[in-house]
Design a protein around this ligand. Structure first.
Ligand SMILES: [Zn+2]
Length: 474
C-alpha cells in the first residue's frame, strides 16, 4: 500500500508530494520517495487529499484504569479544605476505583481509554501497570491476568502497547503496604521478576505488545530492591521506568530516610542511564537536572495531569540543555489530547520566563517551536519505550496519522506555518485516520468497534465501579 498525502512530516519538516510505501505484512514503512503530482499508482495507492501525514504519537506514561475517575475527582469533599484538596486526597479517590474493578472491567475501561488515545493520534502506549491482583489482594490463578487483559484491550483497538510491569511493595518509605494498596503488591523482587519474565514469555509472539520493567516510586520500592530490578532490565535490554519527585513531600521523605534527594539516590543505586525514564521529575534541584542530563536519561512529562493534580512545572528547557530527553504521557487521562501535552511543555516555560519560543531550535533566522515538541511526542517516546517507531522513514514501524488540512482550527495555514499551527493551536479532532503496524485502525474519525467499546465502558461507569471513596488510609 502507498499513501500519497499532500504533506509529510519527514526529518523535522513538512515536505510536499512524497509517497509513503507501507508493507502491511511486516508492519513497516518500506520507502519514502518523491511522488510528483499526478503520478499516482491508483491500484495500490491511497490519494489523501487535504491531508498531512505525521508519525503516530507515542504516549510514554498511562494508567488506563484511571480513565474511569475523570470528572469524579473534581468535586472533592469539603473536609479536604484543611490542607486543600491535593494529590494525596486525589490518590485516595483513585484507590477507591482501583479496589472495585473486576478483570472484565479493567479490560473494558482500558479498551475505551486506548480508543480515545487512538482518536488523538496516539499509536503506542506505555502502560504503567500496577493493578495486579484480585480485589481482595490474592493473586489471580494466572498472576498476570490483568496485564493480559490490558494487552488484549490494546490489541482489540489496534494500538501498540509496551506493558511496563510495575513493582509496588511499600506504602511509603519503610512503611508496610496499606490495605487499600493490596491489589498492587509484590512480596519480593524475585517474585516480581519471575512474574514479569512469565509475562514477557507469554507475549513473545505478539508483534504489537512488549514488556518493560518499572519500579512504582521510591515511596513504593525499597532502595535495596532497585539494583535487581535494574539489572533484570539490563540483562533483557528492557526499558526501565519509575515515578520520580512528582510532589515535594516525596522529595522530603527521601531526604529524611536516605539523606539524599531522589535522583541522587537513583545514581547511588546504579539506576541511572539511557535506559531510565523518570516519570514527572517535577521537583528537581540543579544537581539532579545535571545527573539526568549527563546520563542521557528520559524524563516523561505528563503536563495535563501535572496541571490537574497541582504538581508543579517541569524544568523543560533546563533538562534539554543538560542533555536529557523529554517524552510525554497522558498519565491519569484527565483529558486525552496529545497536542495539548506537547504545547504545555512550551507554554509553561513561556509563563514562567515571560518569553516566547523558549523550547525552540534556530533554523535560518527563525526560532522554530514545533520540531522539538513533535520530537517529544514521537522519537523521545520511542526511545523511552524501546520501539522502532516515531518517524516516517524506510524501515521504521508503519504507525501513521493523517491530519485534516481543511479543519477550521488550521484554516489559514501555509507550508511554513502548518507545523506550529498544528502543535500550538489545533483541535484534537484534526486527526482523521490512523494506521498502526501498517493496518488502518481509524478511518474518517471512526473505529470499526467504536460503539461497542463505548457501551462497554459506560456499563462499568454506570455500575458504580468508579465511585470515588475519599475515606481510608494509604
Ligand atoms: Zn503515573
Amino acid at each position: 500500500m502507498t499513501l500519497y498525502p499532500d504533506l509529510t512530516w519527514v526529518r523535522d519538516r513538512f515536505q510536499r508530494d512524497l509517497a509513503v510505501e507501507v508493507d502491511a505484512g511486516t508492519g513497516r514503512i518500506t520507502a519514502v520517495a518523491p511522488a510528483p503530482a499526478g503520478r499516482f499508482d491508483y491500484q495500490r495507492g491511497i490519494r489523501m487529499r487535504s491531508r498531512a501525514l505525521v508519525p503516530g504519537f507515542i504516549n510514554g506514561h498511562s494508567h488506563a484504569f484511571q480513565r474511569l475517575i475523570r470528572g469524579r475527582t473534581q468535586r472533592p469533599p469539603a473536609q479536604d479544605n484543611g490542607d486543600g484538596a491535593n494529590f494525596w486526597t486525589w490518590r485516595e479517590a483513585m484507590y477507591g476505583a482501583a479496589l472495585t474493578l473486576s478483570a472484565d472491567d479493567v479490560y473494558r475501561v482500558a479498551r475505551f481509554c486506548f480508543l480515545e488515545m487512538l482518536r488523538t493520534g496516539i499509536t503506542t502506549v506505555g502502560e504503567f501497570h500496577y493493578l495486579h491482583h484480585q480485589p481482595d489482594g490474592r493473586p489471580y490463578p494466572d498472576p498476570n491476568e490483568l496485564a493480559h487483559r490490558v494487552i488484549a484491550a490494546a490489541g482489540s483497538v489496534g494500538m501498540r502497547i509496551v506493558l511496563l510491569n510495575v513493582c509496588y511493595a511499600t506504602g511509603g518509605i519503610g512503611a508496610p503496604l496499606g490495605d487499600r494498596q493490596r491489589r498492587f503488591r509484590a512480596p519480593s523482587p524475585e517474585e516480581f521478576l519471575e512474574r514479569t519474565h512469565g509475562l514477557s514469555t507469554a507475549v513473545v509472539d505478539r508483534p504489537m505488545a512488549t514488556v518493560g520493567i518499572a519500579a512504582h516510586s521510591l515511596r513504593a520500592v525499597p532502595r535495596d530492591w532497585l539494583p535487581s530490578l535494574w539489572g533484570a532490565a539490563e540483562d533483557r535490554d528492557l526499558p526501565f521506568h519509575i515515578h520520580v519527585s512528582e510532589q515535594p513531600a516525596e522529595v522530603e521523605a527521601t531526604v529524611a530516610a536516605y539523606g539524599m534527594r531522589p535522583v541522587q539516590l537513583l545514581e547511588r543505586a546504579g539506576v541511572l542511564g539511557e535506559r531510565l525514564t523518570a516519570v514527572h521529575a517535577t521537583h528537581l534541584d540543579d544537581g539532579e537536572v545535571e545527573l539526568l542530563g549527563r546520563a542521557g536519561s528520559t524524563v516523561c512529562a505528563c503536563p495535563t495531569t501535572e496541571r490537574d493534580l497541582g504538581d508543579g512545572f517541569l524544568r523543560g528547557l533546563d533538562l534539554l540543555e543538560a542533555g536529557a530527553h523529554i517524552a510525554l504521557g497522558t498519565d491519569s487521562h484527565t483529558m486525552l489530547n496529545f497536542l495539548e501535552e506537547m504545547r504545555l511543555v512550551e507554554y509553561h516555560e513561556r509563563l514562567l520566563r515571560r518569553q516566547r519560543a523558549v523550547i525552540a531550535e534556530e533554523r535560518g533566522d527563525l526560532r522554530l517551536v514545533a520540531p522539538p515538541l513533535l520530537r517529544m511526542a514521537t522519537q523521545a517516546g520511542a526511545r523511552s519505550l524501546h520501539t522502532d517507531a516515531g518517524r516516517i522513514e524506510a524501515g521504521a514501524l508503519a504507525d501513521l496519522v493523517a491530519i485534516d488540512l481543511d479543519h477550521p482550527s488550521l484554516a489559514g495555514w501555509s507550508d511554513d506555518t502548518l507545523a506550529p499551527t498544528l502543535v500550538l493551536s489545533a483541535s484534537p479532532d484534526v486527526v482523521t485516520d490512523v494506521w498502526v503496524d501498517g493496518v488502518q485502525r481509524l478511518r474518517d474519525r471512526s473505529h470499526a468497534d467504536g460503539g461497542d467499546i463505548m457501551a462497554g465502558f459506560l456499563d462499568v461507569a454506570r455500575a458504580g465501579g468508579a465511585k470515588p471513596d475519599g475515606g481510608g488510609s494509604a
